[in-house]
Design a protein around this ligand. Structure first.
Ligand code: 13P
Length: 251
């Protein structure tokens, strides 16, 4: 039995006043039973989010972490062990904005994934195809390669302590959501690919969908058999909207 997860990726949004208001809204939000809820604030606000939310059952994650788990000479980076020390539980690895805009390679992502797990952070591995790749019929090939980059190096068992988020790049921040069936087809393929290596891990791993999820379309997406929740961008910046999405995962 997989517990659904709904995670809010705030990206590079928020100032002190806005974050305080959002945290207050999240503290007062009724949480559905059996749904794991997490938020990923900008690094600057992680500690504040942990303080505000730790009693309330909402976990806090980081949007990025360094390629080595321990602190050290790596200007501008934040070590997974530092994140873990302040109460951070999860970290996004390989969001398309970091792959595409910041040029993070598979090699860098493998190191970040391993470093995160070494510090006890749960990686949320983000994978997904561009519009051109989808139109060329390469969706499963692209997503399969991004998954294999981790599996071939570390084995499928690492996904006993990780989450996978399928986020088609063309659906991120565009208002274009994958249809529930389009998302389900990719999720089923991801699970089958893992099952070929380790059936038990494949059956237990949470596969989140991300890309223009809102309260209005969440229930339909989360109703699909291999969609175990969502990674929410824009709609997670509003506590009421995010709360409604979390409740959709509980139904
Ligand atoms: P949107 O929900 O704004 O499309 O963003 C999705 C996303 O990138 C979450 O990581």
């Amino acid at each position: 039995m997989r517990h659904p997860m709904v995670a809010g990726n705030w990206k590079m949004h928020g100032n002190r006043a806005g974050v305080a208001e959002l945290l207050e809204g999240l503290r007062n939000m009724p949480l559905p039973r059996g749904v794991e809820v997490a938020v990923f604030p900008p690094t600057l606000f992680i500690e504040r989010a942990v303080e505000a939310l730790e009693q309330g059952g909402i976990s806090v994650g980081a949007q990025n972490s360094a390629i080595q788990s321990e602190q050290g000479a790596l200007t501008g980076e934040v070590a997974p062990e530092q994140l873990a020390e302040v109460g951070c539980k999860l970290v996004l690895i390989g969001h398309s904005e970091r792959r595409q805009i910041l040029g993070e390679t598979e090699e860098v992502l493998r190191r970040k994934f391993a470093a995160a797990q070494a510090s006890g952070l749960m990686p949320v591995l983000c994978i997904g195809e561009t519009l051109e790749e989808r139109e060329a019929g390469k969706t499963l090939e692209v997503v399969g390669r991004q998954l294999d980059s981790i599996v071939d190096e570390f084995g499928a068992a690492v996904f006993a302590d990780a989450v996978i988020a399928y986020e088609p790049v063309w659906a991120i921040g565009t208002g274009l959501t994958a249809t529930p069936q389009q998302a389900q087809d990719v999720h089923a393929a991801i699970r089958a690919q893992l099952a070929a290596k380790d059936a038990e891990v494949a059956a237990g791993v949470r596969l989140l969908y991300g890309g223009s999820v809102k309260a209005a379309n969440a229930a339909e997406l989360f109703g699909m058999p291999d969609i175990d929740g969502g990674l929410i961008g824009g709609a997670s910046l509003n506590a009421d909207e995010f709360g409604a999405i979390c409740r959709a995962a509980g139904n």
